[in-house]
Design a protein. Structure first.
Length: 278
C-alpha cells in the first residue's frame, strides 16, 4: 500500500472511530462500527439517502522563519440511507420535528472529532469549515468507504463515506520524532503515570443558575416555593468540574433522563474570570 493510500486509510479509520464515539454520546448505545472499501455501484443501494458535504481546512505548521502556514482543503461526502438516519435519530430521543437536525449535529461531531484526532501528533492542523446538505456527488472519481453500523437491536443499512483521491496529499505525515528522545525507563514511567491519571474519576455537575438569598428567605421556603435564578430561559447551563466551569451546554432529555449537550468549551482565561465572580 502506498503512502497516499495509507493516509486515506488513516482518515477513514479515525472518522469511523469518531463516528462511533459521537453515536454513543448522543444515543447512550455503544455501536459496533466496521468499515470496508466500496464501489460507486453500491451507492445505488442507498434508499432515499441524505447526503452531507463537509469541507476540511488543512493548515500546515509554519517554520521558525515565521513564514505563512500553507493552507489546503478537501471535501468529504457522507451518504446515509433514510432508514439509518431516522432510526439513529429516534435512538437519540429527539423531539418531534427535530430528528434530522439532531442527526446532522451528531454527524458534525464525528467530523470535528476526526479533525482533532488527525491533527494530534501531525505537522498540520485540521479544521471543519463549510458544511451543508447536498445532492449526491459524482462517485466515479472518488474513493469510497462503506461504514456498517451494528446496534443492540441489530444492524442498519450502511452509510457511504466519499473523498477525492487528492485529499491524501493534503493529509500530512506524522510529526518527525524529536532529536531529544526520552530513555525507555523514563518513557515507561511517564506513560504509567499518565495511564493512572486517565483512570481518576472527576465529579461533574451542571448548574442551571445561581441565586443569593438572605437566611430569612431560605428559612421561609416551603414545597412549591419559587427561587429566581440569575439566568434567562434559553441560556446555556454551566458544566463544572470540582466547582470550576469548563464548558456550557443546553439541557436535553435522553430516554427519560436529563442530559446536557455541550455547546462551547471555556478557555482558561474565561474560567479564571468566572472563578472570581463566584
Amino acid at each position: 500500500m502506498s503512502d497516499l493510500q495509507d493516509r486515506l486509510s488513516r482518515f477513514f479509520e479515525k472518522w469511523s472511530e469518531e463516528f462511533a464515539r459521537a453515536l454513543e454520546m448522543f444515543t447512550g448505545i455503544k455501536p459496533a462500527i466496521t468499515s470496508s472499501a466500496a464501489q460507486a455501484e453500491q451507492a445505488q443501494t442507498l434508499d432515499s439517502p441524505l447526503w452531507w458535504r463537509q469541507v476540511y481546512q488543512v493548515q500546515a505548521d509554519s517554520d521558525e522563519t515565521a513564514q505563512p502556514a500553507e493552507q489546503q482543503q478537501f471535501t468529504v461526502w457522507v451518504g446515509v440511507p433514510a432508514v439509518t438516519w431516522t432510526k439513529l435519530a429516534a435512538a437519540m430521543a429527539a423531539d418531534a420535528g427535530q430528528e434530522r437536525e439532531m442527526f446532522l449535529e451528531m454527524l458534525g461531531q464525528a467530523h470535528q472529532g476526526a479533525a482533532v484526532a488527525l491533527s494530534a501528533g501531525s505537522m498540520q492542523t485540521l479544521h471543519c469549515t463549510q458544511a451543508e446538505e447536498c445532492e449526491a456527488p459524482a462517485l466515479g472519481s472518488l474513493v469510497l468507504r462503506q461504514i456498517a453500523i451494528d446496534l443492540r437491536e441489530g444492524s442498519l443499512p450502511p452509510l457511504l463515506l466519499a473523498v477525492a483521491p487528492s485529499a491524501a496529499r493534503a493529509l500530512n505525515v506524522e510529526r518527525p520524532i524529536s532529536r531529544t528522545v526520552a530513555q525507555p525507563q523514563e518513557a515507561a514511567a511517564s506513560s504509567e503515570i499518565l495511564d493512572r491519571l486517565m483512570e481518576i474519576d472527576l465529579p461533574l455537575s451542571v448548574a442551571l443558575g445561581r441565586a443569593v438569598l438572605p437566611i430569612r428567605d431560605i428559612l421561609k421556603m416551603t414545597p412549591g416555593a419559587l427561587v429566581e435564578l440569575d439566568r434567562n430561559i434559553g441560556e446555556y447551563a454551566d458544566i463544572l468540574v470540582h466547582g470550576t466551569v469548563v464548558a456550557r451546554g443546553e439541557v436535553v432529555s435522553i430516554k427519560g433522563n436529563y442530559g446536557v449537550r455541550i455547546k462551547e468549551i471555556i478557555s482558561r482565561e474565561d474560567r479564571l474570570a468566572l472563578q472570581k465572580q463566584i
